[in-house]
Ligand binder design. Structure first.
Ligand code: NAD
Length: 255
């Protein structure tokens, strides 16, 4: 299973979909969750990433989000994000489905991005659903206050999906539809341990798409992938896109 094999698949595919996870942004300086040194090595998800924790110990919850938001202010997309932009501009990549909340695909220039787990650009009121800029939370915290909704005085949280919360249904349905139509699903930087996002490669596979996984570590779905490329996304993905543009890959794709 080589880059050349994956490149030939990519060169012949007309409807590529990417499914990305936190691993695509580690080379931008944003830690993932489950790697060594990931966020869960330092923080207990039960204390900071659940709706119950948000209601029970908001200060600890906001400490975690301040910790996540600080590096985001200066984080820039890396070569892996740009490789996906290039694929979209060449016309083969239809959609990026991401579990990330960092917004780096859009900063890089990806046009069609489905955010399965929300984003850190916005704040949302857990009572009335009012949405506003994340600055509403940061400004309150910087003044030593907890952030409250200006409309109903409910509590504001970052507009991300917490454990115990449902994914935005319309976005997930659209992601499923996109995977059913794909001829290649490119998974990048995800442990594929969080459902329902981790079901999407199976949806694509069942509908005839080839699955290519680019990840540092093994995933539970490596067995259904046509090609697994182990390595850093910022190195492997640009090399894959370059290889797909090579005359060899173009020739192989005609066979
Ligand atoms: P995860 O932490 O479970 O898995 C990340 C995977 O990426 C790991 O298997 C790791 O080996 C791999 N990886 C790390 N750096 C890599 C690199 N440079 N190149 C290739 N592979 C690399 O993350 P996940 O699967 O996305 O888990 C889902 C949850 O993580 C989502 O809820 C998502 O919202 C959240 N998350 C997002 C961010 C972000 O927005 N940047 C950061 C942390 C967590």
């Amino acid at each position: 299973m080589t880059v050349e094999h994956a490149a030939a698949l990519l060169a012949r595919s007309r409807s590529v979909v990417a499914l990305t996870g936190a691993g695509i942004s580690t080379e931008s300086g944003l830690p993932d969750f489950r790697s060594q040194g990931g966020l869960w090595a330092e923080w207990d998800p039960q204390e900071v990433a659940t709706l119950r924790a948000f209601r029970a110990t908001p200060q600890r919850f906001y400490d975690f989000y301040r910790h996540r938001l600080a590096p985001l202010a200066t984080a820039r997309p890396n070569e892996a994000h740009y490789a996906l932009v290039r694929l979209e501009q060449r016309g083969s990549l239809r959609t990026v489905i991401t579990q990330n909340v960092d917004g780096l695909h859009q900063v890089a220039g990806s046009q069609r991005v489905l955010e399965l787990h929300g984003n850190l650009r916005e704040a949302i009121c857990v009572e009335c659903g009012t949405v506003g800029p994340i600055a509403m939370i940061l400004e309150a915290l910087n003044q030593g206050d907890l952030p409250w909704c200006p409309s109903c005085t409910g509590a504001l949280k970052p507009n991300v999906v917490l454990f115990e919360e449902l994914l935005p249904e319309a976005t997930y349905r659209e992601a499923e539809r996109t995977c059913r139509r794909a001829d290649l699903l490119l998974v990048v930087g995800s442990s594929l341990q969080v459902t329902p996002a981790a079901w999407l490669p199976q949806v694509a596979h069942q509908h005839g798409a080839a699955v290519v996984i680019v990840n540092d570590e093994p995933t539970p779905l490596d067995g259904l992938a046509r090609v697994v490329l182990r390595g850093r996304a910022g190195v492997v993905l640009p090399a894959l896109v370059r290889a797909a543009e090579s005359p060899d890959a173009q020739r192989d794709s005609q066979r």
